[in-house]
Design a protein around this ligand. Structure first.
Ligand code: 5GP
Length: 194
């Protein structure tokens, strides 16, 4: 998606070898027009899939997930993150290792917000090693719901997540695909192919 790639070029900040900071438009300050455009693009890609629910993980997934849910006119549910969880009788839970924070969290969704009739689209801000999406797929499976696919704002193709999801047969749509960071600059996968 050109609009997003241009914005990443303009406002993204490369941190070290493998992290992109996008707090100017996605992870801290949020650009509503960009969110709306991304929601429309996810809708275009998945509109025939009879989606009934959008799932994400707090907090960075919420903005693009809500924009997408507004296009589909279905509820958006965000998994909550906890350091540890004692009371979980009425929750689906999964353990997720955070790539950026290098800690493990339990994520949870209340039983009452996900059921076997749901056809679910996962939306997240980044796909790195795929742990966040994997945790959500475990929760979807536990609920007996159907995973339709994953919509990712920024995929880093040089990390393991995409391959893992491809191997599991998950349909992944990424709006920007980054193949490398070189000298503090972003290289997009389509530029490398060209
Ligand atoms: P994964 O679970 O795929 O390894 O990592 C995905 C999660 O880690 C995302 O939800 C995002 O919050 C965070 N993340 C991964 N890579 C980056 C990055 O380059 N920049 C930022 N800001 N967050 C990232």
């Amino acid at each position: 998606m050109k609009l997003l790639e241009d914005r990443i070029r303009r406002d993204g900040v490369v941190l070290g070898a493998d992290v992109l900071k996008v707090d100017n438009f996605l992870n801290h300050q949020v650009d509503p027009d960009l969110m709306q455009a991304m929601g429309a693009e996810f809708y275009r890609q998945f509109q025939d899939a009879k989606i009934t629910k959008i799932l994400t993980v707090e907090s960075s997934g919420i903005a693009p997930a809500l924009a997408t849910a507004m296009e589909f006119h279905v509820p958006m549910v965000f998994a909550r993150k906890h350091k540890s969880l004692t009371l979980k009788d009425d929750m689906f839970t999964a353990d997720v290792y955070s790539f950026t924070k290098q800690t493990s969290n339990t994520i949870s969704i209340a039983h009452k917000f996900l059921n076997a009739d749901d056809r679910v689209l996962i939306i997240d801000d980044f796909l790195a090693n795929g742990q966040a999406v994997k945790g959500l797929t475990e929760i979807i499976a536990a609920a007996g719901a159907t995973l339709v696919g994953a919509g990712i704002v920024i995929e880093k193709t040089f990390q393991k997540g995409r391959q893992m999801l491809d191997e599991q047969g998950v349909r992944v749509v990424s709006l920007a695909r980054i193949s490398a960071f070189e000298d503090g600059q972003v290289v997009f996968a389509d530029e490398q192919d060209a």
